[in-house]
Write a protein that binds this ligand. Structure first.
Ligand code: 2M8
Length: 451
């Protein structure tokens, strides 16, 4: 399949997943609106229709909680109850929280990495490059800005009471990299209490259960949901009582970049100087926090288990957090690029393509078909490509993009790919995979020029 066909198929995938103003993450496995999926989807949609891309973020922001949290799922009331677990009825009691917005019975009580401000800025850049629809996008940004600011403030305060610059998560689902070895030892420490009987509906949507998290992991995921529901999603309570409490370096790195994007949006909408001062401080604190979590032996950044009081050692893509956040430290950037291209990651000669596996094949937790434990994720390829471009590593970025696009020429738009064989795994027609293909193949990539 050539570029034109990829564009046409990607547009078709997004059209078919369009639920009328918002996009489901995939046709059957994920019939709802996921937070960070929507942000990546908006980045791709911008290449088709900037107003529709803005609408994607706008719909999600309507469900923002009163404390600023953007929920990780906005449930589709029309999706059949047997399509996804845990669905809205399972989350209902958590959204009985004083922070929940009206209509919150349609959201989960968790959150996901904050790609949204990056997407909002991207939409403006695309509109500007096209000279089309700019007034409408400025209007959208004026409405979105206070919400995005409140979202980042929530992450910088309620999710970082220590002022460490790093975001605390209560559940691996909040990291977006659910069963990654990043969380293995922290999850092992969680003692599962009484959980309701549940059915793994996800397993009915994939050909092989090995592509999804294990029963052991799911029991812990569901038990943690029980704890979060019992705490009515109260951040202070969870920080005292949650058996799973971790500083997430990937989310924190994305937040640094999202704050840079928010600063630009703040200029555009004429936000108060006080806001900008806060945003600048969050950026600085975020970079400092990542510096604290740098492991010189591994040449990677590590998450931190607040319960055990120790770093969570694993070789995963999250370790490249300083590359994603952007670092002015030349030596650190060189180390990260060396590790990225080493045998542990893209330099492994057995890989189907030199694309970063979600977990290094050298890690004990690696498993080539299992979700975030090894497969290559096109959406993460986009994040790495974008980070390399932003770091001035244009040649490396182009190489990565070419390989990633070659992989997508199968036309399947897989959720993730087996790293050694290139087989598409998980869900096909995954929206964020289609979205990143569209962004890569855009005639003019304004983000590339303007990073
Ligand atoms: C996956 O996570 C959900 C739970 O949130 C699941 O497995 O049911 C993850 O890949 C997550 O990062 C993603 O946002 C979501 C929808 O694509 O699926």
């Amino acid at each position: 399949m050539g570029p034109e066909d990829i564009i046409a198929r990607a547009a078709e995938v997004l059209r078919e997943n369009d639920m009328g103003g918002w996009t489901r993450a995939s046709p059957t496995l994920y019939p709802h609106q996921w937070s960070w999926d929507s942000a990546f989807i908006a980045i791709g949609l911008a290449q088709l229709d900037t107003a529709r891309a803005a609408g994607e973020l706008g719909t999600l922001l309507e469900y923002q909680w009163k404390n600023g949290k953007i929920p990780h799922i906005v449930f589709n009331p029309k999706a059949p109850p047997e399509s996804y677990f845990p669905g809205p009825e399972h989350w209902a009691s958590a959204t009985d929280s004083p922070d929940a917005p009206p209509g919150s019975s349609l959201t989960s009580g968790l959150c996901q990495p904050p790609v949204h401000a990056i997407a909002a800025r991207h939409i403006l850049r695309v509109a500007k490059a096209r000279g089309d629809g700019i007034a409408g996008i400025r209007e959208f940004l004026s409405e979105a800005y206070p919400r995005l600011f409140a979202w980042h403030r929530y992450l910088a305060t309620a999710r970082d009471p220590e002022g460490s610059g790093l975001v605390t998560i209560y559940h691996p689902w909040e990291s977006g990299t659910d069963n990654s070895p990043r969380w293995t030892s922290a999850l092992d420490r969680v003692e599962v209490g009484e959980i309701p009987d549940y059915e793994r509906l996800d397993l009915g949507h994939v050909p092989d259960p090995a592509e999804r998290p294990t029963g052991y992991e799911y029991d812990r995921f569901i038990w943690l949901v029980e704890i979060i529901k019992n705490a009515r999603c109260d951040d202070a309570v969870l920080q005292r009582a949650s058996p799973f409490l971790a500083k997430d370096v990937l989310t924190s790195a994305i937040l640094v970049r999202a704050n840079e994007a928010l600063l630009e949006v703040a200029e555009v909408v004429g936000a108060p100087e006080e806001d900008r001062t806060n945003i600048r401080a969050w950026i600085e604190r975020g970079r400092e926090g990542l510096d604290e979590r740098w492991d010189p032996q591994l040449g990677l950044c590590l998450d931190y288990d607040l319960r055990a009081g120790e770093p969570l050692a694993a070789h995963t893509i999250a370790g490249f957090a300083p590359l994603i956040a952007g670092t002015g430290n030349v030596e650190r950037l060189e180390t990260l690029l060396r590790v990225l291209e080493s045998h542990a990651f893209t330099g492994n000669p057995d890989l189907y393509k030199p694309l970063p596996p979600s977990t290094s094949p050298d890690d004990v937790g690696f498993s080539p078909r299992s979700y975030w434990r090894g497969p290559v994720w096109p959406v993460m390829n986009w994040l790495f490509w974008w980070s390399l471009v932003s770091s001035g590593e244009r040649k490396r970025a182009d190489r990565l993009k070419d390989c990633a696009l070659a992989q997508l020429s199968d036309g399947l738009f897989g959720e993730y790919y087996e790293p050694f064989t290139g087989e598409a795994l998980g869900s096909n027609d995954q929206s964020w995979t289609a979205a990143v293909a569209l962004d890569w193949l855009a005639d003019e990539a304004p983000e590339e020029k303007a990073v």
